[in-house]
Design a protein around this ligand. Sequence first.
Ligand code: FAD
Ligand code: GLY
Length: 672
Amino acid sequence: MTSETVIIGGGVIGLAIAIELKLRGTRVTVLCRDFQAAATHAAAGMLAPDAENIPNEAMRSLCWRSRALYADWTRKLEELTGLNTGYRPCGILAPVFEEAEGQEGRGAGGEKLIFSSPSSPAYWLNREAIHQYQPGLGAEVIGGWWYPEDAQVDNKALAHVLWTAAESVGVELKDGITVEAFLQQQGKVVGVQTNAGMISAAHYVLASGAWSNELLPLPVRPRKGQMLSVRIPEFAPELPLKRVLFGQDIYIVPRRDRLVIGATSEDVGFIPDNTPEGIQKLLQAAIRLYPQLKHYPIQEFWWGFRPATPDELPILGTSYCQNLTLATGHYRNGILLAPVTAALIADLILEQKSDPLLADFHYSRFQSKPSTSTPMLTHSANFSNGHRSAISPQHSPVETRLIASLPIEDSPLIIAGKTFKSRLMTGTGKYRSIEEMQQSIAASDCQIVTVAVRRVQTKAPGHEGLAEALDWTKIWMLPNTAGCQTAEEAIRVARLGREMAKLLGQEDNNFVKLEVIPDLKYLLPDPIGTLQAAEQLVKEGFAVLPYINADPMLAKRLEEVGCATVMPLASPIGSGQGLKTTANIQIIIENAGVPVVVDAGIGSPSEAAQAMELGADALLINSAIALSPNPGAMARAMNLATVAGRLAYLAGRMPIKDYASPSSPLTGTITS
Ligand code: FAD
Ligand code: GLY
């Protein structure tokens, strides 16, 4: 029996949604790469909207709503399984060490002025009160806030209960299954490709936590958190801590037999492991807050990856595919937000009921809005001093008109069935500013711009505002797999690139510039990896434009497996050495049945013209433009050179002779 809904990710969010959908009568499958790797296990289990001091109003409401659901939600799970989740409405105490820390934003009487509600009060305790209320605090504690409504759950126990509950209600759970790509047709997901083959359903939910942007170009990044626990020893008074302590960059969560101490917050990607520095910081801060734990035996260290978004809010709700729902990016509060996420997402999928709260968490808040002014087409560079001057909007390229007026026929450049007037492609890398990039692309009159998917994904410098910077209704995006060292990596990034183009409104864009470059010194492409990746991507319906060494045999093989072009390098990427592979490029051109795009190494317009004179169908030039002291002017020059080279190729060159031949004919001269 096929499932109606497939959920990708079996952490707290995926499982909570699965159970909710199943209890409402849907057949559900959860696909999970590695249940144990979920941040769900690594968390502290605090249900702490008040202690976390969440500044965003919508987020606060969402968190409060979820905290209010927790008692019933965990009771239901416990009834289903007969297991304990460790839910404890114990309150959270937030001691402070300095006056300023505590009094900020508070009323004179100690009431919290901001971020509180009648159902979520906060009380200020002075030095005497706090030490009386919680014996054993560090002597430097001068007071603190008491949040009686905050709570905790044993997140490891909860993870086990959720998995068991999902099993018991009949959710199909598949651990060890990695979803590799979404397959889409006309705005619908038609299946997910996994390491165990294709899996299809009527509806899909993305709940893959910190790994979400491996599948979709969503701005979700891992934020590592290190943790440790100490065992409560025999000699300690019975349950020395009765409530969670939440300090500055430190918290201590009391469990039945141990204290959980967390957590670092590190922007280091997916680098695993605990570090001495991380653990030292935690221990130092924990001992300052609650000195007696320095004598407790250390029990365990661990770490996890919070799914963080740029605004620290989750991504919830519909996506650009009608049957794909997003539930990710829960950052520091995924354990807390599980019940409300499950309820809202189930309402959305099953009843098409979109709670007003969801509006603030829609993915589109990160999406590019096609810019109303289109600097690319309404401006060109003024070469005098970087100033811009407006020229006629939507101008047809002067050079195109020029060729059209000549007694010479040219056919347009056609790649994978798509027609382009310009034969110059450019890129977005290495510019000193976004504005320079915009001006240069406009001045180049190019219609295809290549974009490094991984750099956009990681928001590398210069790639942060890329979606907004260019008018993607006019420029055809050529996602490239730069930075990929293996065929597998390149395939994964190509799939992501396709999603990226779709997000920018290019629904039918299946182009990928394939780069497989294991060699980091010379940046030379791996021919075998390139061929392997090309074969796979062609099978998946991509129009593959492979970047290769100028190897005629390889070019032929790539054409045979169905590549849309071949892109031989003129000389190493970014070297500006010009045409060093002329003889081989010539052979490639002679034998190719697909367009030949000379890529990489062209440093000057004369070299661009030369490549076109050889008969190349197009050029891709980035560094020579971006690294020029005046990129706009150089972009224009490259455009003119491309056109000139093409025209010269079409016109045909004069034969080279061994001896001089006078320019003026001698016939008819008067001789004495
Ligand atoms: P995860 O729990 O990470 O689960 C994602 C799952 O998806 C994983 O099992 C992964 O293997 C799977 N997956 C990923 N990619 C794929 C794929 N392509 N195919 C198939 N499966 C895939 N929150 C709180 O509310 N309170 C806290 O006190 C708290 N403390 C925290 C402390 C630390 C140190 C950390 C790291 C997090 C903490 N959090 C806390 C945050 C919370 O843990 C997360 O927000 C929450 O776990 C996110 O849940 P999730 O299901 O979205 O992701
Ligand atoms: N919510 C606690 C943490 O993410 O560390």
